[in-house]
Design a protein around this ligand. Structure first.
Ligand code: NI
Length: 138
């Protein structure tokens, strides 16, 4: 049976600051640039969640996209949209909210919630139109 990748794209906006408390403001700025602004700033994130599975011969679907959308909405987007990633998101507590760390945390939020017929293949997170990261569970 053919296996097909299916992707759902979602969107959220969130604030953050990249900094290490034990570093000076100057050192934080030299490493993290504008993302270390002490008074926060925001990004418009694009999130793409890809699952892989066999095509159901009856429905022609790999996954009910509404089910996938609802999972990402409830487990991720509702927690982060219009929130502060440093302060408001319980599953980012104590984690530096870089795009890399955020994509791994999002993977961990989703990986055990999918229908048994599919597996999580890739999570892609775009922090800006030009910069994105991907995690495949490795
Ligand atoms: Ni930033």
């Amino acid at each position: 049976m053919p296996e097909v990748r299916v992707t759902r794209r979602m969107h959220f906006s969130a604030a953050h600051r990249l900094f290490r408390r034990e570093w000076s403001d100057k050192h934080n700025t030299s490493v993290f640039g504008d993302c270390s602004n002490p008074n926060w700033h925001g990004h418009n994130y694009e999130l793409e969640v890809t699952v892989l599975g066999p095509v159901d011969p009856e429905t022609g679907y790999v996954v009910d996209l509404k089910e996938l959308r609802d999972l990402v909405q409830v487990r991720v987007v509702d927690d982060v949209d219009h929130k502060n990633l440093n302060l408001d998101v319980h599953w980012m507590k104590g984690i530096l909210p870089s795009t890399e760390n955020l994509v791994v945390a999002i993977w961990n939020r989703l990986v055990d919630g999918l229908p048994a017929s599919v597996r999580l293949e890739r999570v892609r997170l775009k922090e800006t139109p030009r910069n994105f990261v991907e995690y495949t569970g490795d």
